[in-house]
Design a protein. Structure first.
Length: 104
């Protein structure tokens, strides 16, 4: 795997990239930078994290519109005996911690 240095919204990032995937990664970086810059330039959002989330949502929406979105995540399997035992254990640990805090 190759390392590539890119810049998004003026900040540098070193990203891993499979051999031969440089052009695809650079195109993706350009799309993210373009979306984040547009959000920043609109002036309504200042926090980079919010800009990143909004840019990701915009790009994902575009993929869905084109029918190129990834398949939805599979539904979780039905809870089995091990899941129930794990929940019971977490409940017991929470009870033991008492006022000190909760595990989950």
């Amino acid at each position: 795997m190759k390392q590539i240095e890119v810049t998004i919204l003026g900040q540098s990032y070193r990203l891993g990239c499979p051999d031969g995937g440089e052009n695809t990664l650079l195109a993706a970086v350009a799309a993210v930078d373009r979306e984040m810059s547009a959000i920043r330039d609109a002036g309504k959002v200042r926090a980079r994290e919010r800009m990143a989330v909004l840019a990701a949502l915009n790009l994902a929406y575009q993929l869905v519109e084109r029918g190129a979105a990834p398949a939805p995540a599979p539904a979780p399997a039905a809870a089995g005996p091990d899941d129930e035992r794990l929940r019971a254990l977490v409940t017991r640990i929470d009870a033991a911690l008492g006022a000190d805090g909760r595990l989950l």
